[in-house]
Design a protein around this ligand. Structure first.
Ligand code: NI
Length: 168
């Protein structure tokens, strides 16, 4: 299966807003498979369709230690948030840089699977909970960078520039 090209910050297409999925067809299943493969290949733990320039509401995640719990969420929606947690996040659209972001400590999510069947994930915490919030943000054109203060944004951009110059 083909690996997908991941948009890199500050690509303006990362600000696109994804539309709900309406057709639960083979094309959707292929998109999910390709997103998972791309995520594993790039050593990521989550990927949103917006990052591969497909503006449909699809995210994939594997927050397990052994890369053996692939999850997909279509049209995901956070229906409850509890508490606050600060977590150091990274993003495949910002390789090599990390920043502490405040998120809900625990969330309940409703979504549908690739067959269009309604699903719920209750009490998601830790890495999984944070990752779901990060990826759903992408579907609304928001990256972890957008959560930072202007000073921290500047620092992160400088670090990113340095990393990119080094890898030329
Ligand atoms: Ni991301």
């Amino acid at each position: 299966m083909p690996l997908l090209n991941i948009l890199q910050f500050p690509d303006p297409r990362l600000k696109n807003i994804a539309a709900p999925v309406e057709h639960f067809d083979a094309e959707l299943a292929t998109l999910i498979d390709n997103m998972l493969e791309t995520m594993y290949e790039t050593r990521g733990i989550g990927l949103a369709s917006i990052q591969v320039n497909v503006p449909k509401r699809v995210i994939v995640i594997d927050a397990s230690d052994n890369e053996n719990e692939p999850r997909h969420f279509v049209n995901p929606e956070i229906i409850a948030k509890r508490g606050v947690i600060e977590w150091e996040e990274g993003c495949l659209s910002f390789p090599g840089v990390y920043a502490k972001i405040k998120r809900a400590k625990e969330i309940d999510v409703k979504y549908v699977d690739k067959h269009g069947k309604p699903q719920e994930l209750l009490n998601a915490t830790g890495l999984l909970g944070v990752c779901i919030q990060h990826e759903i943000d992408h579907l609304d054109g928001i990256t972890f960078y957008d959560h930072l203060s202007s000073l921290k944004k500047e620092l992160l951009r400088k670090k990113l520039d340095k990393i990119r110059r080094r890898s030329l």
